[in-house]
Design a protein around this ligand. Structure first.
Ligand code: ADP
Length: 365
């Protein structure tokens, strides 16, 4: 977002926990403090017209109080609840008739009995999710049987409510990025396939590898969600693809990993469009400017690779987040584009070759 702020005509003040945070390098102004630090948010509100977000680890009560006090949050605290709290999202969407996996919410150890016959009733052990505070698969557990599910849920309940849901037989996963303006205009980016490994996205592919009717359905559901929650800004909706079609997994109300390819692959990147939307300007075009795109995440391996070697791969667009290297940490990403059927396969090879040279621990699916 920092890189795109000038393009959107926006002056950016970043609230970061440390001057070493990668966002700090791109900010016009910097305030040091946590996202849940009332005093730091107080200093931020004095400086800015609008507050927006680039992660979900926020204190909704605190944000609600700021809003009640006249601070403009885009997206609003009530919209953010749908991305911050998986239990709120599942319960509200099921009631609204939106397609979600079968689930139950456990907020008290007294209700652990709901789990006893889960496998018999659903055909597979459940997936357990902390309602709040998880990301990149941290906070998502896959117990082997009901006994393990019980023990794990009991432990998770000490941290937050637990969403217990059916283990979906996945045919794939896709993500739909939309952006909604203050006036309520919605623009959609094309659907992408996301490749996951151990709960973390390793690769994103445009176009999505699903039939056309599913693309259309993802667009319709996501636009409906944007209106339903009163979105302003960019939102990514992650979907499971299964025999029943699409099921909503989760939302991110901010520029998202599945949309990094839009920096090079579309007329207006997700970052520019987010800033245009939250600053009350008309949305930019989401038109695609390539035939295909591959984005590979670089996740720190046991020893660092070479950024120079990654950059020397012809056609690879390397984004280094300026983070210190650590095994398992997302350090950057590489995008490669194709402009015809002939070079689609080579875009895949280019992106992976560069990411490997960079020292990623991820492997091609
Ligand atoms: P996070 O919020 O940490 O990103 P997710 O809820 O997206 O976690 O889950 C991470 C990954 O785990 C998903 O991308 C998917 O591959 C797998 N997963 C999550 N929920 C289910 C489910 N109900 N059935 C099958 N796989 C799941």
């Amino acid at each position: 977002m920092g890189d795109e702020a000038r393009r959107a005509g926006v002056e950016l003040t970043v609230l970061a926990t440390s001057p070493d945070d990668s966002a700090s390098a791109t900010a016009d102004h910097l305030i040091i403090g946590g996202a849940d630090d009332e005093e730091a948010l107080g200093r931020l509100r004095e400086r800015v017209d609008v507050i927006t977000f680039d992660h979900e680890l926020v204190d909704l009560d605190l944000l609600g109080r700021l809003e009640a006090d006249g601070v403009i949050l885009r997206p609003s605290a009530s919209a953010l609840r749908f991305s911050v709290d998986k239990a709120v999202q599942r319960a509200d969407f099921a009631a609204a008739g939106l397609p979600v996996p079968e689930f139950t919410i456990i907020s008290d150890p007294a209700h652990l009995g709901d789990l006893e016959h889960w496998t018999r009733d659903h055909g597979a052990p459940p997936v357990l999710k902390l309602a709040r505070g998880g990301y990149d698969g941290k906070g998502v557990l896959f117990p082997a049987d009901d006994r393990e599910a019980l023990a794990m849920t009991r432990e998770m309940l000490e941290r937050a409510e637990v969403v217990v849901e059916e283990r979906v037989a996945l045919l794939g996963e896709v993500a739909q990025l939309v952006v909604r303006s203050v006036e309520g205009d919605v623009a959609s980016y094309p659907l992408v396939s996301t490749i996951q490994s151990q709960g973390m996205c390793t690769e994103v592919r445009y176009p999505a590898q699903v039939p056309h009717d599913l693309e259309e359905r993802a667009r319709v559901i996501s636009s409906e969600i944007a209106r339903h929650i009163g979105l302003v800004g960019v939102m990514a909706v992650e979907f499971f693809v299964c025999e029943r079609g699409l099921l909503i997994n989760e939302l991110a109300l901010r520029p998202h990993n599945s949309g990094h390819w839009t920096i090079e692959g579309t007329a207006t990147s997700q970052f520019a469009n987010h800033l245009l939307a939250v600053s009350g300007q008309p949305l930019g075009s989401t038109a695609v400017t390539c035939h295909a795109a591959v984005m590979v995440n670089v996740v720190g391996a046991d020893s660092p690779g070479s950024l120079d070697a990654a950059r020397s791969v012809s056609g690879a667009m390397v984004h280094d987040y300026g983070k210190s290297w650590r095994p398992g940490r997302k350090l950057g990403h590489v995008t490669a584009l194709a402009f015809g059927d002939d070079d689609t396969a080579s875009a895949h090879v280019t992106a992976w070759k560069s990411a490997r040279a960079y020292g990623t621990t991820t492997r091609e699916a």
